[in-house]
Design a protein around this ligand. Structure first.
Ligand code: NDP
Length: 243
């Protein structure tokens, strides 16, 4: 059996890195996108290669058309894509919407929604018949994330609509589109928070009483990509500790 080729945006840190390790262990070859952190990217390549996967790294800012072209161009050289994990995202700022600067709102929506839509459009064009696109949303899409990042929540709610609509458009080629919406997961995305106790407080508000681990999201992404999920499309699976 040929090894499936899967592209992961933001595949070098946090949730994307956990997905990469999980898929490498399951026999996928990988194309991993990232924006800035060369050290993390180099470490990830070594980690997934040690699991027997081939790994192409592509440094490309997904808020530009050139960045998206570079990422999918490299993937096309590696072969035909079986899966795309549309994962890169950032929150950038925490606070009530009235105290959030306009440029932050534009940058957050640009990366978390506009780039996600553009990556998804390219993904369904490039995926092999029967391929799978997984869009990483957020529990914030449902809660609205008051006081923290309403603009980010609005972008992620857009990602849920993207999953629903594109699943129907792509269904005639056997392509599935599945969303995965994490709750609070212990990654660097929270590292810049000025309120050090915030993550612990938010984590405790999840009925399971703790933050999730990136590996707990990766398992659900791997399921969504697998044939075990062959009748799952157009829906978003929450991985949020009951929240
Ligand atoms: P991290 O900050 O740990 O990792 C983000 C990854 O995205 C990095 O690989 C980063 O590259 C890449 N990235 C950031 N900006 C860009 C850009 N402009 N172009 C290309 N790549 C970029 O985040 P998480 O792993 O926590 O988050 C992954 C996804 O999960 C995001 O969509 C996030 O919104 C979502 N999510 C996360 C939750 C959490 O609690 N952690 C909760 C709900 C949803 P580099 O390393 O080079 O900066």
């Amino acid at each position: 059996m040929p090894r499936p080729l899967t592209l992961i945006t933001g595949g070098t840190r946090g949730i994307g890195a956990a997905v990469a390790r999980r898929l490498a262990a399951e026999g996928h070859d990988l194309v991993l996108g990232y924006a800035r952190d060369e050290d993390a990217a180099t470490r990830m390549r070594a980690a997934v290669e040690s699991l027997g996967a081939s790994c192409r790294l592509v440094r490309a800012d997904l808020t530009s058309d050139e960045g998206i072209d570079a990422l999918f161009g490299e993937a096309a050289e590696a072969g035909r894509l079986a899966g795309v994990v549309n994962n890169a995202g950032a929150t950038l700022h925490i606070g009530p919407l009235t105290q959030t600067p306009s440029d932050v709102i534009r940058r957050v929506i640009d990366l978390n929604l506009t780039s996600a839509v553009l990556v998804a459009r390219r993904a369904v064009a490039e995926l092999a018949e029967g391929g799978v696109l997984v869009n990483i949303s957020s529990g914030a899409a449902t809660t609205g994330s008051p006081g923290e990042y309403v603009h980010y929540a609005a972008a992620k709610a857009g990602v849920d609509a993207l999953t629903k609509g594109l699943a129907i458009e792509a269904a005639d080629r056997g392509i599935r589109v599945v969303g995965v919406a994490p709750g609070t997961i212990d990654t660097d995305i929270h590292a810049d928070a000025s309120d050090a106790g915030r993550v612990a407080r938010v984590a405790a508000s999840h009925p399971l009483g703790r933050a999730g681990r990136a590996e707990e999201v990766a398992g659900v992404v791997a399921f969504a990509l697998s044939s075990d999920a062959s009748y799952v499309t157009g829906t978003t699976i929450r991985v949020a500790g009951g929240r």
